[in-house]
Design a binder for this molecule. Structure first.
Ligand SMILES: Nc1ncnc2c1ncn2[C@@H]1O[C@H](COP(=O)(O)OP(=O)(O)O)[C@@H](O)[C@H]1O
Ligand SMILES: [Mg+2]
Length: 263
């Protein structure tokens, strides 16, 4: 209840118009710099509040690139990516980082934990960069207590939490730490890039059960990438990247005028 009230407050602060869309892509064009020049075109993509979207596609098809655009980690060459009504392209890089910390929980493919930091320190890290998430986490007690509560719910036992450096944990344990770090302070949107790819089937399903239980409690929106279609029945929507994105290569790029500069 407390968390829901805080969540509503944060949504109103960040977005006076309170749109039901959490994510909206409009006429987005993006290409990686450098020799590969792999790029994506997304005319339209919408993620509604509370949706649980499973995004599937083969390796190398651009799923992580798409998530990088969605999270404002890279900026489109053309078009708009709006999150909670905010045009990410209108924010300077520092403001975009802040916005991401406030509103996103991200589970990266490689987890990106701080290897020498303790498990609770890894989990509370996002609270250093987000006033709203810190306030929501502290509503339930101390930040560390909230970290331990989440870790416990995700099935990480106290023996693994106490005293261990993140680097000394198993892959499955590190994944739970990454999930707790994404969930702490109830960000509006969870972005998970193949979070179960290094787990066996039983651990995959158990992990999703735990993740979804926490998301459901907070009404959180989720986009999760996987190449495993058998997970589909747990999600409210399943999409293939190619349903809404076109891959562009070097030839097509000539037509993508960066800021109108190209012929
Ligand atoms: N940081 C990067 N810099 C340059 N090119 C990249 C980068 N990340 C991905 N790419 C390019 O984007 C293509 C798609 O990769 P990616 O989005 O990671 O696909 P997926 O997540 O579906 O496996 C890669 O083949 C590569 O050419
Ligand atoms: Mg990927």
């Amino acid at each position: 209840m407390c968390r829901a009230d805080h969540r509503q407050g944060a949504a109103i602060r960040s977005d006076p118009a309170a749109p039901t869309d959490v994510v909206r892509f409009s006429d987005v064009r993006f290409a990686w710099p450098g020799s590969t020049r792999f790029g994506l075109e997304v005319d339209s993509f919408v993620l509604a509040r509370g949706e649980r979207l499973l995004l599937i596609g083969p390796s190398g098809s651009g799923k992580s690139t798409f998530l990088s655009l969605l999270a404002g980690i890279v900026a489109p060459d053309a078009g708009r990516v709006e999150v909670l009504g905010t045009d990410l392209g209108a924010l300077r890089s520092h403001a975009r980082d802040r916005f991401r910390s406030e509103h996103f929980g991200i589970i990266f493919q490689q987890f990106n934990l701080l290897p020498y930091a303790s498990v609770p320190d890894n989990v509370v890290l996002p609270l250093s960069f987000s006033v709203a998430r810190r306030a929501r986490a502290l509503a339930n007690g101390s930040a560390e207590a909230e970290a331990r509560r989440l870790l416990g719910k995700l099935g990480l036992d106290a023996g693994a939490i106490d005293g261990a450096r993140a680097a000394s944990l198993s892959v499955g344990q590190q994944q739970r730490v990454a999930a707790a770090r994404a969930l702490i302070g109830s960000p509006e949107l969870i972005v998970a890039d193949e979070p179960t790819s290094s787990l066996d089937r039983n651990h995959q399903l158990a992990f999703l059960d735990l993740l979804f239980a926490d998301l459901a409690a907070a009404g959180t929106t989720l986009i999760m990438v996987s190449h495993d279609e058998t997970l589909a029945n747990r999600f409210s929507r399943v999409a293939r990247l190619e349903d809404f994105a076109r891959v562009i290569g070097p030839d097509a790029l000539v037509r993508v005028a960066r800021g109108g500069a190209a012929a």
